[in-house]
Design a protein around this ligand. Structure first.
Ligand code: ADP
Ligand code: ZN
Length: 606
């Protein structure tokens, strides 16, 4: 077993590194800068936490969000790791004390806000401390392209230059666009970075899209299927948030709301209620979520379609961070497109951009909106659609999304190829009806008159029903393999993606029937079955310990860990280590309480 695995097991209680984690860790430890793109929840933090423990010296983690720092540091401390944070939430005395301890080498990991990097006190510390690595979290904040630009991130390269010895630098983000990646490498002054995009497939998430007649009814129905679970409902405006939150509260759901129009005090209170567990449903705009690490979010419903796939996947990705099954449902409505388009084309009167810049931005955003809308309409596997968008390869049928489950996906690639050849061979001058006639071998006068019955493709698809051929042609248009001209008699021409299908690089699937939507995903792996009654008791123990220590419940153990524990029923503290998520520290701290709970339970059953 390697050094990384040893730390992984002893400190974090996990057995395996996830895909994409190992190369990042190995490069950092070999001293090479890294730019790692991983979606939310894929396990980015471990990519620098683990090397930080394996390497000599101190690791600085630059992070833009105070709540996130606090959360991570608390979790680390509960794994027995010496960690601290330095930001504006500390009083001057606390800050001075933390800095003094840092100087004494008491911490392996120090989280620091970017604003602190050029303050005299911090620089004095950094000048003499053995800093071996700087990890930059949410690294896209350095990009002036993105919407999360933070000027203080520009201080990072200056800071690195002031250090006596340049540490290795790891940059981490969930934003995959090439422009942003280039900005990060340049803006942070990375040296020949190892770049890797990984982990976009979240296997425990079930994706579904619905286009309901009435969203309110659809939402309430969905919630009834997920009673007792914690989740987020995203809406695109503050007003919708207020309406939906009111609807849910009136219907008796433990819901709260969150948007930028609320008083800071109410925002804080609602967020806390959600994280600490007495409010289980949060209705919010996209202002909510950044920096919320709550791992047991069981569903994310989008009440409106977001403006692009990046936003969608980031928000949906807040579900199921603990690796347990979770559902991401998008309630699509045609009005969502209109609203988004309006917002994209909106131009503030005093906005100081040239027409050229404005138009380029509108074009870019409309294209993103088009891709998002495509996701809502596609008949193909939703997971595959997402992964291809982010530049990862994906098989055509995941068997675990609204479009795959319960449906009968038929591979129509061969038929599609013949239809493309038909369009090509007949000179790209006919509409759908005529193309179908040729491929089906129809013997209308027009076909003969044009000599179309002499084409090699004539009659090749005679055995396929014509409405099926029409459906395939529509699919080809939707996939940009064919383009359809405007006007009264639209003509089919080969589209930009035709080659992908003709040369066998892309398969096409057609759905035979509408599948049931919003179901729960199949379990990812065979697991030992949980004992629900015991699980309830273990959760009670966890709540008690969390209250005593003043931390959120998941800092003690995740739902997944407790579920495994209820199945394994360990009666000795040593056995606990077989449960995923139980490291040495947690075993020592909480082991006795949980084992006692299991023993009592078993005795009562006898
Ligand atoms: P993010 O990429 O959003 O920063 P986190 O680092 O918070 O994600 O990780 C998400 C969850 O996955 C956390 O609960 C973390 O402990 C868990 N995790 C990360 N790596 C592993 C692993 N190799 N095995 C099991 N769980 C892991
Ligand atoms: Zn699928």
């Amino acid at each position: 077993m390697g050094q990384l695995e040893t730390i992984l097991q002893r400190t974090f209680g996990y057995t395996r590194l996830r895909e994409g984690q190992r190369p990042v860790m190995e490069q950092l430890m070999a001293g090479r800068d890294v730019l790692s793109v991983m979606p939310t929840g894929a396990g980015k933090s471990l990519c620098y936490q683990l090397p930080a423990l394996a390497m000599p010296g101190i690791t600085l983690v630059v992070s833009p969000l105070i709540s996130l720092m606090k959360d991570q540091v608390e979790s680390l401390i509960h794994c027995g790791v010496a960690a601290a944070y330095l930001n504006s939430s500390l009083t001057e005395r606390q800050y001075a004390l933390a800095l003094r301890y840092a100087g004494e080498g008491r911490y392996k990991l120090i989280y620091v806000a970017p604003e602190r990097l050029d303050t005299p006190g911090f620089l004095r510390f950094a000048a003499t401390a053995p800093i071996s690595m700087v990890a930059v979290d949410e690294a896209h904040c350095v990009s002036q392209w993105g919407q999360d630009f933070r000027p203080s991130y520009l201080k990072i390269p200056e800071f690195l230059q002031k250090l006596p010895r340049r540490p290795v630098v790891g940059a981490f983000t969930a934003t995959a666009t090439p422009e942003v990646r280039r900005d990060i490498a340049r803006g942070l002054g990375l040296r020949d970075p190892f770049e890797i995009v990984s982990g976009f497939d979240r296997k425990n998430l079930f994706f579904a899209v619905e286009e309901p007649k009435d969203k309110r009814t659809a939402l309430l129905k969905f919630l009834r299927q997920h009673k007792g679970e914690s989740g987020i409902v995203y809406c695109n405006t503050r007003r919708t948030v207020d309406e939906v939150a009111e609807l849910l509260c009136r219907d008796g759901w433990p819901a709260a709301r969150y948007h930028a129009g609320l008083e800071p005090e109410e925002r804080r209170r609602n967020q806390e209620a959600f994280v600490y567990g007495n409010c289980t449903i949060m209705v919010a705009t996209n202002a909510f979520g950044m920096g919320i690490d709550k791992p047991d979010v069981r569903f994310v419903v989008h009440y409106n379609m977001p403006k692009d796939m990046e936003s969608y996947y980031q928000e949906a990705g807040r579900a199921g961070r603990d690796g347990e099954d979770a559902v991401c449902l998008l309630l699509y409505g045609g009005k969502d497109v209109v609203t988004s388009r309006f917002l994209i084309e909106l131009r503030e009167e005093n906005e100081e951009v040239s027409d050229e810049v404005y138009e380029a931005r509108v074009r870019r955003d409309l294209e993103r909106l088009r891709q998002m809308t495509f996701y809502c309409h596609t008949q193909e596997c939703l997971r595959a659609t997402i992964l291809r968008y982010f530049g990862e390869k994906a098989p055509g049928n995941c068997g675990k999304c609204g479009n795959c489950v319960g449906s009968d996906m038929e591979d129509v690639t061969a038929e599609a190829r013949v239809l493309l050849q038909t369009v090509d061979q007949s000179g790209q001058r006919f509409g759908m009806g005529r193309i179908i006639e040729i491929a089906a071998g129809g013997d209308t006068g027009a076909v003969a008159a044009w000599g179309l019955d002499r084409l090699a493709v004539y009659g090749r698809l005679a055995s396929v029903p014509r409405d099926q051929l029409r459906a395939i042609l529509r699919l080809l248009v939707a996939q940009d393999c064919l383009t359809q001209t405007e006007g009264q008699y639209p003509i089919l021409e080969l589209g930009p993606k035709a080659g992908e299908v003709l040369q066998g690089r892309q398969k096409l699937y057609l759905r035979r029937k509408r599948p049931p939507k919003g179901q729960k995903a199949e379990p990812v792996q065979e697991e030992r079955t949980a004992d629900e009654a015991l699980l309830e008791r273990l959760k009670a123990v966890r709540s008690r310990l969390a209250r005593m220590r003043g931390v959120p419940a998941y800092v003690i153990f995740s739902d997944k860990t407790l579920r495994e524990m209820s199945a394994l029923k360990p009666t000795a503290v040593e056995q606990l280590r077989q449960v995923g998520g139980v490291g040495e520290y947690k075993q020592a701290q909480y082991g006795r309480d949980f084992v006692a709970c299991v023993r009592n339970y078993l005795q009562e059953k006898e």
